[in-house]
Structure formats: C-alpha cells, structure tokens
Design a protein around this ligand. Structure first.
Ligand code: NOJ
Length: 549
C-alpha cells in the first residue's frame, strides 16, 4: 500500500516550501546522460534536508522536446528517458515517506503537434477529433492578440497544408491550442488529472491558464469563459479528492490574477508574476518603492488561497508585467549583453544576475522567504549555480545540477558529449567551484546558509499566514515591514543599498516589545515611543521576533 501523504491540513500549501526541478537535469542513475526518477529518488534526502516540503516537477511526459517537454505527446505516461511508471511511483512514495509532497505539470492549453489527438484532428476536416483544436480558413481572426514567443513566432495562426486550414497556437507553432469550447476536451483533461491524482500526486502547476478560450474582439486572455472551464475542473477536483492543490501560471497583473482564485472555487494558488521583477528593480534602484507599490496594489485573496512567489524559474526572467520604461531599465541593468535577452525577458540564473554577490543573493532570498506567499526555489540556486546564455532557447538555466567536483559534476557517468545539457564548467560557476558536496562541508556556504534561512522561516507562522504592513521610514533605501498573525509579530528590515544605512522606524505601536534577532537570537534594545534607530551594512537585513512581556 502506498504511504500516506505527509501531514498537514487541506491548506498545507500555505506553509509549504516549494522546490522546482527538472528530472532531465537533476541526477542520472543509469549513465545515459539523461536525468531520471531513480536518480532523483536518490537525492530526496538532500532536498528534504534543505527544508523543502513540496517538489514541483517540470513536464515528465513523452514529448518531442521542442519546448523542453511543454509540448506533450502523451499525457498519461512517463518519458522513457526518465524511467518507467513504476520508477515514478517509487519516487512518489519515497517523497511522501520523507514528508514531502509532489506537484506535476498540467499543460492544458496546448498539446504537441505529435500528440495522437492532433494527428487525428489534422488527418481530415471530417475527423471526429477535428473540433478538439481551433481551426480557421483565414489567419485574420482574433486580430491584435499578442504573440508570446516574440523571438520565434510571427503569428498565432499556423497553416496546415494537409487540410488547408489554419490552426491557433499561443506558443510555438508546433503547440496547437486545444479547443475548450468542446466539452469532450474538458472531460479529457479532467481524465488526465484524475489519472495522476490516482497515482498519488498532490496537485498540479497548471500551465498557461489565461489562454483557454478565444473570442473575437478581445485579447483572448482572462475571458469569463476561460474561468468557467477552470471552475469546472476545480469542481470536479473537490468532488473527488481532498488536500490537493491547483497552482495557476497566469502571467498577468494582480487585479487579473485575483480572478483565478475566484470565490475559493478556482485555484488554491497562483504565482505572483509582477512582484518578481520589482524585487530585482528595487535592489538595483536601491529604493523600496517598486516593491512596496506592487504588494500594496495586490488585492486580498480568499482565506484558503495563497500566492506563490519566486525569484527565478526555468523560463526567462519575464518582463511582461512591467512598463516599457521599467523593461528598458531591467535590460540595461541586468542584461546588457543582448544574448542574455529572450522573448520579453532575461535568460539568466539568480547568482549571475546578482553578479555572484553573496550579500545580494542572501538579501533576495531573505525577501523570498519573508514576503507574503509560499516561496518557490529553483534547483541549483541554493548553491548559487550559474548559467550558459549561449545554449538555445531557455536551456541555459536548465543545466545539470552540480553535485560534486568530479566527472560531469556528479550528475551523470556518461561521456560529457552525451549529456542532455552540457554542465557549467567556467572558472566562476563551474561544477569544480560550485557544487553541493563542497558546500555541504562548509558551515557558511550558501547551501548551509539557505538551510538556516528556511528553518528561520518555518519557525514562525507569520511568514506563511500572516498579514503584511509596510513601515515607511524617510530613508527609502530601507525596506521594512511587519508580518503579523494573532499576537505574533515579526519585523523585517532590509538595506537595499550597496552602502551602509541608518534608519529611524516608527514602532510606537510596538512600544514595550523586545526585538529578538531570529538567526542569532540576540536581544536588541527594547522598543520605546521614540523612533527606533537601526544601522545596517550594505545589503544587510534583519528579522526580529517582537516579544511582548
Ligand atoms: C509556460 C512554461 O513555463 C514555458 O516553459 C513553456 O514554454 C510555455 N508555458 C508553453 O508551454
């Protein structure tokens, strides 16, 4: 019998620490150059010891890999290079035994053009499967709908020479959009969900949710009809399962994303896309303004819902949710080399974005672990892995995990030429310099520091469930906020500047409380009625538990 899922109430995801990884590049157990589930299973202790409580796997299904697996050719099996279904089940059990949950990808907007459904749909105009996709005689329907992959696509329509019609696609032209007007498509997607939920997964990160339905005269994004489809899937989920999570990838403004939570009848979680670039912007500007503004502009969400927040992921650092001026600024400051730019974003990992500066890496991770929402870490960022912007598409941020200083960084025993992705081998970020094994041994490594940071976060529920209120000291280089839940309060103070700063905080409402610094447990002077003065070194931050006597 499969082990029971880890403890936690139905809203476990609110307290979760997520870790996103690619099976393909995590650990290869059989020496074929491709990571696999057996390899990943062998590394679960590492992930658990970091403090992670839920894994998010990139697509693991059969695929021609023209979008690294987001082009799915078969929804209900495992890509053979990653192992068998039994390997997957064994991995899932092993994760659950260790107290970790697992969410997988539900890519519902589109399939690969190699999926049997599309092969049938394009075989003739009369095929019963024809209506599973979106067809048109002309390519001028839905004018003005934006193109997402601006570097590769010129239109959202592609010509099918066999049946002489165009089909609709929001992403690559080899990824035809499914037609969600067709109830059979909805049913089939539900069957896919059911299949994996019965295998035992704990939920889904649902890909590209704003684009399910098309309507003339609209942007074809966030339409009410799209929400209807999503509510249908949630209803089904609630009818049959408990304690599962649906997480929306909706790269939209907070007001629009709010609708994906519905009235607690759509998604349990959604990524907060606009927050991410503003964390980088605030750091570079040495000014809290962009960050405070976006958090204050974020509407409240239902009680059982939660934001997902992140610094980096497997895609480019997206700059879709910023103004043009802000985008230019981000490119100028974070991607001066045009090769680092792709689509509307920057294809770099966290450490190189921050020029390998340990203080900035710590500060950004400190924000990730203390701002409202559940944190999503991207594999390798806990050791400060680098990237390779010369690999195609977004592959430069998907290189093999660096386990040690040996052959292929300990990822695989295959000949280096055979690897699914080349390892990073430059002098600064290469596996000889940056790897788990050496960082495990050093008490003050980024890895061990990250582990302590996660422990500190977990030591207070204010971070996962509390409210946030910003203090607005005159010194705008200092970001300060209170996280509070019931009677518990944590004060976070961050210096966004590269120079030492002093700040006076109005903490008169907290007068009488004793600030206890959460990492070293040092007791700071008691808060009084006059402004509370703190000095902070470059990029330094404090978390204080406010103890009331
Ligand atoms: C969003 C995914 O994060 C990205 O990697 C993918 O290319 C697109 N969806 C299309 O599936």
């Amino acid at each position: 019998m499969a082990p029971l899922p880890p403890p936690g109430g139905p809203d476990w995801y609110k307290d979760a620490i997520f870790y996103q990884l690619h099976v393909k590049t995590f650990c290869d157990s059989d020496g074929d150059g491709i990571g696999d589930f057996r390899g990943l299973t062998g590394k679960l202790d590492y992930i658990r010891d970091l403090g992670v409580t839920c894994l998010w796997l990139l697509p693991m299904y059969p695929s021609p890999f023209r979008d690294d697996g987001y082009d799915i050719a078969d929804y209900c099996s495992i890509h053979p290079g990653y192992g068998s279904m039994d390997d997957f089940r064994a991995f899932l059990d092993a994760a659950h035994v260790r107290g970790m949950r697992v969410i997988t990808e539900l890519v519902l907007n589109h399939t690969s053009d190699q999926h049997q459904w599309f092969k049938e749909a394009r075989s003739s105009r009369d095929h019963p499967r024809r209506d599973w996709y979106v067809w048109s005689d002309s390519d001028d329907r839905y004018p003005g709908v934006r193109i997402i992959f601006t570097d590769t696509e010129r239109s959202n329509w592609a010509w099918d020479p066999v049946t002489k019609q165009y089909y609709w696609h929001r992403f690559f032209s080899h990824q035809p959009d499914l037609n969600f007007e067709n109830p059979a498509v909805r049913e089939e997607i539900w069957n896919v969900m059911k299949f994996w939920l019965d295998v035992g997964v704990d939920g889904f990160r649902v890909d590209a949710v704003p684009y399910l339905i098309e309507r003339e005269g609209t942007s074809c994004e966030n339409l009410p009809e799209t929400h209807d489809v999503l509510k249908f899937l949630r209803r089904r989920l609630d009818e049959h399962y408990t304690s599962k999570v649906l997480l929306a990838e909706a790269n939209q403004w907070p007001e629009d994303v709010r609708h994906y939570f519905g009235d607690n009848d759509e998604f349990h979680m959604a990524f907060h896309f606009p927050l991410m670039p503003r964390m980088f912007m605030a750091l570079r500007l040495e000014d809290r303004k962009p960050l405070v503004e976006i958090v204050e502009r974020t509407p409240p969400i239902p009680d059982s819902c939660q934001w997902g927040i992140f610094l980096r992921n497997h895609d480019e650092l997206t700059l879709e949710m910023v103004t043009e001026v802000e985008r230019d600024y981000m490119y100028e400051e974070y991607a001066r080399d045009p090769v680092a730019r792709i689509n509307v974003g920057i294809r770099r990992r966290l450490a190189p974005l921050l020029e390998g500066d340990r203080r900035r890496i710590e500060l950004m991770n400190g924000l990730l672990m203390s701002l409202p929402g559940s944190p999503f870490m991207y594999y390798g960022d806990e050791i400060g892995m680098g990237d390779n912007i010369y690999l195609g598409d977004r592959n430069g941020v998907r290189t093999p995990m660096q386990w040690n200083g040996g052959w292929n960084g300990g990822f695989s025993s295959a000949d280096p030429e055979r690897l699914a992705q080349p390892v990073i081998s430059n002098a600064l970020y290469g596996y000889q310099a940056v790897n788990v094994e050496s960082q495990r041994r050093a008490d003050h490594s980024l890895l061990n520091w990250t582990r302590r940071l996660i422990q500190a976060r977990k030591s207070s529920p204010v971070f996962s469930r509390g409210s946030i209120s910003f203090l607005k000291p005159v010194n705008h280089r200092v970001l300060a906020y209170l996280r509070a839940l019931d009677r518990e309060q944590v004060l976070v103070v961050c210096n966004l500047a590269s120079t030492a700063q002093a700040v006076q905080l109005d903490l008169s409402e907290q007068a009488g409380a004793l600030p206890i610094e959460m990492f070293g447990k040092s007791v700071f002077p008691r808060i009084g009625t006059s402004p509370y003065v703190l000095t902070l070194g470059p990029y330094e931050f404090f978390w204080f538990k406010l103890r009331r006597l």
